[in-house]
Design a protein around this ligand. Structure first.
Ligand SMILES: NC(=O)C1=CN([C@@H]2O[C@H](COP(=O)(O)OP(=O)(O)OC[C@H]3O[C@@H](n4cnc5c(N)ncnc54)[C@H](OP(=O)(O)O)[C@@H]3O)[C@@H](O)[C@H]2O)C=CC1
Ligand SMILES: CC(C)=CCC[C@@H](C)[C@H]1CC=C2C3=C(CC[C@@]21C)[C@@]1(C)CC[C@H](O)C(C)(C)[C@@H]1CC3
Length: 422
């Protein structure tokens, strides 16, 4: 935040994600990792540790149907985004004192998408074929992320200085391309970052999962309990995100981060194809789940979801209206900015109770796949690294914003994510 007034005249020097080296390697390595994980998930051994690694033949990477499906899907969601459904909400105040407006109709888009999928199933469209198209679709989604990121990088040079992101303007083209120069790039009123964060990729993840479930039905005549649990848990997570769509307007990604390759690839390729690994694993590696194990997993997901939702909602309500009856009795500490920090309730348990809930859910999504392979636990490992890193970034930003008040909060609530552990 400190650098925000110096944007173009004096480039920032603070670099994240391994600086220029990270920004040069990650755009090559992450797409390869997605292809690697997808092909391991469908190989009989499903071994992450096999050497040499399991790589897909190039013929498996392309299908002319894939770009058509992908473009059709993104166009459908752009159309749904523009429909005058739901309310319009304002984002936080920008550097120039204005607020942007955002359509809050993501849940409508999910419901319409689910309706369309039901129609396709009723028409006899073999949704299970998505299993065979996963690699070509992931390749096309990666291509689309690169195209979008080039557009974002070039168009950002026409953006006014106040529209640039704090961290993505170092003057180093590789790094800025990766992190993203512009904060809220738009074409007219169409907000590209907000659209990509919640629509084609997130809802696409649900569609990929459903495709895996249908493939399982094709192969074994019925969906397994493990597959139903993975589909149900992840559908709940996506539906929750879209039901609470407005809350995304106050997240780090929308408020602080630029829109560059990292988020574009994360939203369009990483989420739908890496987050659906458990479902694609189960197609080839069926797991028999007993009622007791299934109940314990449902309970774990329920506890994780409860902590995730309650803590996120508590903070959102508090930030929007500190006098709201559900939060007005909570203990807080004042900061020099005029904003207060919660020190009781969920935010008095650990400094990121919402991450704790999210991680418990992540574990519940992997457990239905059993303990025979590491691959279904990839998401838990990746997500722990992502959230620990995110927590550290947020901590830096909060310390810069709130100074001593933040230190007092840290003394009062010493654990970051896991009570008594971390
Ligand atoms: N599935 C996925 O891949 C991912 C999921 N997520 C999830 O997204 C959700 C949002 O996470 P994220 O955007 O990282 O950050 P948070 O929702 O945790 O927001 C952090 C901000 O909350 C405010 N805050 C921190 N402590 C307090 C307090 N004690 N009292 C009041 N306000 C406080 C600060 O902002 P300020 O004071 O300025 O309001 C801080 O910058 C989480 O549930 C996370 O798990 C995140 C990343 C990836
Ligand atoms: C490895 C790589 C390319 C990382 C990029 C990170 C992105 C995948 C994530 C950054 C923040 C995200 C959020 C969600 C999805 C993953 C990304 C884009 C989110 C939309 C998931 C649903 C949640 O309820 C959420 C809305 C809080 C969340 C917001 C952040």
């Amino acid at each position: 935040m400190k650098q925000s007034t110096k944007r173009r005249s004096s480039p920032t020097t603070e670099r994240e994600f391994g600086g220029t080296l990270g920004a040069s390697c990650i755009p090559v390595l992450l797409p390869l990792l997605v292809l690697f994980l997808l092909s391991v998930s469908r190989s009989p051994g499903a071994s992450l540790l096999q050497w040499p690694p399991q790589l897909p033949p190039t013929s498996a990477l392309w299908d002319p149907l894939a770009p058509l499906l992908l473009l059709g899907w993104v166009t459908l969601h752009a159309f749904l985004y523009l429909l005058p459904l739901g309310k319009v909400s304002e984002g936080l105040v920008l550097k120039n004192g204005t607020r942007l407006q955002y359509p809050v109709n993501g849940f409508h888009a999910l419901v319409i998408s689910v309706g369309l999928l039901q129609l396709l199933l009723w028409l006899g469209v073999p949704l299970g074929s998505l299993f065979d198209l996963l690699l070509p679709l992931a390749v096309c989604a990666t291509g689309l992320s690169f195209l979008l990121s080039f557009y974002l990088y070039i168009s950002s040079f026409w953006a006014p200085p106040h529209a640039l992101a704090p961290g993505g303007n170092t003057g180093n083209p590789l790094y800025d391309f990766f992190i993203g120069r512009e904060l809220n790039p738009r074409i007219g009123n169409f907000d590209l970052k907000y659209f990509c964060e919640l629509r084609p990729g997130l809802i696409g993840w649900v569609v990929v999962n459903l495709g895996m479930l249908m493939k399982e039905v094709e192969l074994r005549d019925e969906a397994s309990l493990a597959m139903l649990l993975v589909n149900g848990f992840q559908l709940l997570y996506v539906a929750d995100a879209l039901w609470n769509e407005e809350a995304v307007l106050t997240t780090m990604d929308i408020v602080h981060d630029g829109f560059g390759f990292m988020l574009a690839f994360g939203d369009l390729a990483w989420v739908p194809f890496a987050y659906s690994l458990q479902a694609s694993f189960l197609v080839v590696h069926p797991v028999e789940l007993g009622a007791a194990a299934a109940s314990a997993i449902v309970l774990l997901n329920g506890i994780g979801y409860y902590i995730f939702r309650k803590s996120n909602s508590q903070k959102n309500v508090f930030r929007r209206d500190p006098k709201h009856p559900s939060v007005s009795s909570l203990e807080t500490i004042a900061t020099a900015t005029g904003k207060r920090l919660l020190v009781s309730g969920w935010w008095g348990l650990v400094r990121h109770p919402n991450y704790l809930g999210d991680l418990l859910m992540a574990l519940a999504w992997s457990l239905p796949c059993g303990f025979s392979h590491l691959l279904p636990y990839f998401y838990v490992g990746y997500f722990t690294v992502l959230l620990v890193h995110r927590e550290a970034r947020d901590e830096r930003q909060c310390r810069a914003k709130y100074g001593q008040a933040w230190d007092a909060y840290c003394q009062r609530v010493p654990y970051r994510i896991f009570p008594y552990l971390y």
